[in-house]
Design a protein around this ligand. Structure first.
Ligand SMILES: [Zn+2]
Ligand SMILES: [Zn+2]
Length: 315
């Protein structure tokens, strides 16, 4: 056993009184979610993406005394800076839910400052990645020659747990998982907080020929307060990308209406879409809702935007 592994094992068996108190329960804040990365596939910094942002998938949820992070794309780095600035040396007890291990959902992890502070705990939950096991996949991107510090060497107590059940709890927050239609093992999550439910499907296609599967998705999402879903393509682009595992805007709006979702956030913006295109897709989605006389609110997810729960957007 190497030193890193034994350090980790030691902290895992630490006495209960040494376990950090969840910070949010000590400093109650209004329940909210915040977008730290909204882009799909690859980061897209530059002048054409300043409005919606170029970092890849990462959403922070604070509710019921928990800080729950949804995916670890490059937006995770900014969240880490914020957490360290906000909580300084107070211990953090964080939970990261991974939908899958494609690069745009894990690349922020090596740059997440809280894992470099010994007082912090990070529990990473997800399903088996690419038959190698979640831990092997996550540690792999931090092995030499890709990165100088191994995941098992970081000072924080990082625990990786492979999920077997499709329903589990993060503190008082009940979480349900649902298989997504996307290459490899990929899921979406629905979090039931005391301030409403949030569903997160960053990578998902709604194949038009699979009506039964889509019907299951409607049931899974029924009555969701905030749905964050892959809308990478408009209808025309989708025709060229059928089977790629990403969402068509028209289909996602139809699904959200059918499932009586209250608020939909367009997510996983295509790296080739500039701000004007994303705004145009938002406007088009709103037209679709108006044409159906729906009550669904639609926003394109924007890096840095906060949504108070029950849903209300702040810039
Ligand atoms: Zn993705
Ligand atoms: Zn993916």
């Amino acid at each position: 056993m190497n030193t890193a592994a034994s350090t980790n094992a030691k902290s895992r068996t630490a006495a209960p009184e040494a376990r950090p108190v969840p910070v949010v329960s000590r400093a109650p804040a209004p329940a909210r979610l915040k977008f730290w990365g909204v882009r799909g596939s690859i980061p897209t910094p530059g002048p054409t993406t300043v409005q919606y942002g170029g970092n890849t998938a990462c959403v922070e949820v604070r509710a019921d005394g928990q800080i729950i992070i949804l995916d670890a794309g490059t937006g995770l780095r900014l969240l880490g800076c914020q957490l360290v600035a906000e909580f300084d040396t107070h211990p953090l007890d964080l939970t990261l839910l991974l939908t899958h291990t494609h690069w745009d959902h894990i690349q922020g992890l090596p740059f997440f400052l809280p894992v470099y502070q010994p007082q912090n705990q990070l529990r990473i939950l997800g399903y088996e990645g690419a038959r190698h096991g979640l831990e092997v996949v996550l540690a792999g991107q931090m092995e030499s020659p890709f990165f100088p510090i191994g995941l098992r060497e970081v000072p924080a107590n990082v625990r990786i747990e492979e999920l077997k059940e499709m329903s589990f709890n993060v503190g008082p927050v009940r979480v349900q998982a649902c298989l997504a239609h996307h290459p490899g093992a990929c899921v979406g999550y629905r979090l039931f907080t005391s301030n409403g439910s949030i569903a997160f499907f960053p990578d998902n296609e709604l194949p038009r020929q699979r009506a039964t599967a889509n019907q299951k998705m409607v049931q899974f999402l029924r009555g969701t307060d905030v749905l964050i879903m892959d809308t990478q393509f408009d209808a025309e682009e989708y025709q060229q990308h059928i089977g790629w595992g990403h969402g068509c805007l028209d289909d996602v709006v139809a699904l959200a209406l059918q499932a009586e979702v209250k608020q939909l956030f367009l997510f996983h913006h295509d790296p080739d879409h500039d701000d004007a295109k994303v705004s145009q897709m938002q406007a088009y989605a709103r037209q679709l809702v108006a044409a159906r006389k729906g009550k669904l609110q639609v926003e394109a997810a924007r890096e840095g935007a906060t949504v108070e729960l029950p849903a209300r957007v702040r810039a």
